[in-house]
Design a protein around this ligand. Sequence first.
Ligand code: DC
Length: 223
Amino acid sequence: MDMQVAIDGPAAAGKSTVAKIIADRLQYVYIDTGAMYRALTLKAAEEGIEFDDEEKLAKLLEASTIELDQNHGQQRVYLNHQDVTEKIREPWVSENVSMVAQHAKVRQMMVEQQQMLARSQNVVMDGRDIGTSVLPNADVKIFLKASVKERAERRYKEQIAKGIPSSIETLEEEIATRDRRDTERKTSPLVKAEDAVELDTTSLSINEVVEKILSLIEGAKIR
Ligand code: DC
């Protein structure tokens, strides 16, 4: 039986860090659904499409290919066969992606693509609506959260390490804005699935979170 592990939660709660480690340890495929929304945001900007134009964004997505390549022990993201892995992490994309992700037509198409990716293989998928919409029957559902302050501090350290100038106050504001947009949107807002296990990572190390999820996966295997 294929295993499906869904990891949801707000921006910068540690989802991708944890999901990557788990996928690597268990040799599951890691699927970063946020990267798909980011790639569409990038393409929309390149084409001069407004982020509130649902029809045009849906058409653009239909005409685009977004691929996640796992091959080299690392995930790379391709938009129409061009490597956009670094570009989709630029701050202007982070600031605008939640506007693109709020449209029902865009989400419907993304969810279908994500469900296809999860078919017939063991997956760890992270996002906002994985446990509620994309993989409602996932074997293990996790909802990661952490305080805004803690998340801003983590992002700050990441950015400084990458040599990107940064301010904790600005990051706190950005994270709070994204939380608001993600939780208040009409179509599949960020919400914990009823059967998800909530983990507050504010005072947990990455390793503690990973071990906890691994034990939940072990438990699900023998169920
Ligand atoms: O996880 P991330 O920061 O890369 O996600 C980017 C944005 O995409 C985030 O603002 C919310 C949105 N998103 C979503 O609505 N549904 C998902 N399954 C994944 C991401």
